[in-house]
Design a protein around this ligand. Structure first.
Ligand code: GCV
Length: 652
């Protein structure tokens, strides 16, 4: 069943809704160059339509005609390098078809920002910069907060113009890959591997490809059983290996722009090589061999941990799991396998240390997985700009090498779980668009500045009103620390409602099987992860291990991630630990109120629909922030019977 286009068609174009620009440079009136590739032609189309929307009427003309112009010089090859040069009063954009796309979008963005000659010479740092969708075949989205899928409808993939615009959005901020289905592969999504949806996949793939975006799909490790009728999915079984090879030959030959598979194996109930006493490397390599003749890659997730832990068991520490499983396998993976590692050792909490596994893969390709869908960070009802967190991760020194030691320098690709759905504004909360755009820019250049990205996104989205730009940038830049304060400060994490992960429930996971405990009593809180505890700190390089193991030297924002401490422990500023937690919750709420007021002050300056939508989200955020403040503070007071020193309201 093909959906009515209207289901997908009512949407904004986000930052691609180019706005009129005063006094465009003369060169925007003429365009020279006729690219030959699909991507190059798309670049030309984008240039013409973008300039028109900005107020120019560009003419296409021959290279001999005099006068300032934009020249598109298409180079051979398929690399992503782009050069924008100034030649007198003219501009030249040079690159392959894909390079031209990135160059054109860069030029259009920077003209909007008011730069007349935005010269640029750049290549992306990572060859794979992608968005992962947790979209299910029935159109629902796991951890999706912006409506339903625009890739799937009624149990099957569907093509729509919205996908083309999504590809445009991705290319315009430098992204080049998209995995369209959930890593938890169920029901009809299993059949993406077979010929069942060849026609739809081909169409989607081709449309993404026009914008330089490769298609990826998530596959189930037990597909040979589920689809092939084999009795086993053992990666060393010859029939299993042959099944994957035959399946891949058919699939890759019919979908030219398919880049490979994303695999969640032995994780949260998903099948994997451990069921056959095979290692993660044996499982990944078997798939790597099957896709390798077609230039395919396997993105193999490292989110492997015991999710049926007994809460009484104090030896097992979920934070250790990724390193315990994967560090000993370094060097055993094929070259076309990339290990996909969540940025922290547990699961996308508002504050976690960097995953130590990132420092153990000298001879294995790795990529960081970020999460821009806000599962634990306010579910796009709260504003939470994540780029500062992503920069912290990428800039982090792992301490294993004297040089080239940061996370950014150790990985070969990046991805984020997408925050989009079929909502009019794509991301539920309008301000969450900054995370989508910003992740793209950061994936191109991991040294990009989050404040500048926020400013640029605001101008592209809301125009060049300085008051709006400053207010929006300020809100975005403060938002993460505010969310952290009123929810789960000091790295404690996980006090959310089980299942949906929204709002507070301090003991919600405490006696459950997921391995995420705080073990609070009336005198102490936290899990000790130093050498005297679970030993997690020892997974870091010696300097970091020593720093995290020491209560005095551990960064305060991570204190309760690493240590179990008494409530009367003195923080560096002299406050007790408990008082600091009370203060954070009270202050976090007050600061979110101030953000909401700052937004209200923009009334009359913004598109009324955008203004009202965000205002409504702030109301939801304030309601939830008050709930976090009062539930956590009351829970702590009831445990400890220690009052807030400032006598603020705590409920009994
Ligand atoms: C897609 C967490 C989420 C799950 C998600 C999983 C993963 O556990 O709650 O919804 O599953 O991470 O990253 O695989």
């Amino acid at each position: 069943m093909q959906p009515k286009e209207v289901i997908f068609m009512d949407y904004s174009l986000l930052w691609l809704d180019w706005k009129p620009v005063d006094s465009l440079p003369e060169y925007t009136k003429r365009i020279i160059g006729l690219p030959a590739t699909r991507q190059g032609k798309a670049a030309l189309r984008e240039l013409i339509s973008g300039l028109k929307a900005m107020g120019s009427e560009p003419e296409q003309c021959g290279s001999r005609e005099p006068g300032p112009a934009i020249r598109l010089t298409e180079c051979r090859g398929n690399d992503e390098k782009v050069t924008i040069r100034r030649r007198g009063e003219s501009m030249e954009i040079a690159g392959s078809g894909r390079g031209l796309l990135y160059g054109v979008f860069h030029l259009l963005r920077h003209l909007t920002l008011g730069e007349a000659y935005p010269v640029w010479e750049s290549s992306p740092v990572y060859p794979i910069r992608m968005l992962d969708h947790w979209d299910n075949a029935d159109g629902s989205i796991e951890r999706g907060y912006a409506g339903r899928s625009f890739f799937f409808y009624g149990g099957r993939p569907v093509y729509s113009e919205r996908i083309r615009d999504y590809a445009r959005l991705m290319a315009s901020c430098g992204l080049n890959g998209c995995c369209i289905n959930n890593v938890n592969v169920h029901e009809n999504a299993l059949k993406l591997l077979t010929g069942s949806y060849k026609r739809e996949l081909k169409r989607i793939s081709s449309c993404l490809g026009e914008y330089g975006v490769s298609l990826w799909i998530s596959v189930s490790f037990s597909s040979p059983i589920e689809l092939g009728g084999l009795p086993t999915a053992d990666p060393l079984d010859p029939e299993v290996r042959q099944w994957w090879k035959d399946t891949c030959r058919q699939l890759f030959s019919s979908i030219p722009n398919l880049a490979g598979f994303l695999v969640k194996a032995d994780s949260e109930g998903r099948p994997g090589p451990h069921s056959y006493n095979r290692s993660q490397a044996e499982g990944a390599n078997m798939l790597a061999d099957a896709v390798s003749p077609f230039g395919g890659k396997i993105l193999w997730r490292c989110f492997v941990y015991n999710c049926t832990q007994d809460w009484r068991d104090t030896k097992t520490d979920r934070a250790r799991a990724q390193c315990d499983h994967f560090a000993p396998l370094d060097g055993q993976f094929r070259d076309n396998v990339i290990l996909q590692i969540k940025n922290g050792p547990v699961d996308f909490q508002i504050r976690e240390p960097v995953s130590p596994l990132l420092g153990h893969l000298e001879h294995t390709n790795s990529m960081v997985e970020f999460q821009i869908t806000q599962e634990y960070t306010g579910q796009q009802q709260h504003v939470c700009y994540l780029l500062p967190m992503f920069r912290e991760v990428l800039d982090f020194h792992l301490g294993h090498r004297p040089r080239q030691d940061t996370v950014a320098e150790s990985i070969s690709a990046v991805c984020a779980v997408s925050n989009t759905g079929d909502n009019y504004n794509w991301t539920g909360h309008d301000l969450a668009g900054a995370n989508l755009f910003g992740f793209g820019l950061l994936s191109w250049d991991p040294s990009a500045n989050p404040t500048e990205i926020a400013r640029e996104w605001s101008i592209l989205s809301f125009g060049r009103d300085r008051v709006i730009t400053e207010t929006v940038t300020d809100i975005l830049m403060k938002s993460r620390s505010i969310y952290e304060k009123y929810s789960v400060p000091l790295g404690i994490g996980w006090m959310c409602v089980p299942g949906n992960h929204y709002g507070p429930s301090p003991d919600g996971y405490e006696y459950d099987r997921w391995g995420t405990y705080h073990k609070a009593t009336h005198t102490e809180i936290g899990v000790e992860r130093g050498p005297g505890g679970t030993g997690f700190t020892q997974q870091y390089s010696p300097g970091l291990a020593a720093m995290y193991a020491s209560v005095e030297n551990c960064p305060e924002e991570l204190l309760l991630f690493f240590h179990r401490l008494p409530y009367d422990y003195r923080m560096k500023d002299g406050r007790t630990l408990l008082q600091r937690i009370y203060d954070d919750h009270f202050e976090g709420f007050e600061e979110s109120l101030a953000m909401s007021d700052a937004w209200d002050a923009l009334a009359g300056r913004l598109d009324p629909d955008v203004f009202a939508r965000v205002q409504e989200r702030f109301r939801m955020q304030l309601h939830s922030a008050a709930q976090w403040r009062d539930v956590i503070n009351s829970w702590l007071y009831r445990l400890t019977l220690i009052p807030d020193e400032k006598g603020r309201k705590i409920y009994l």
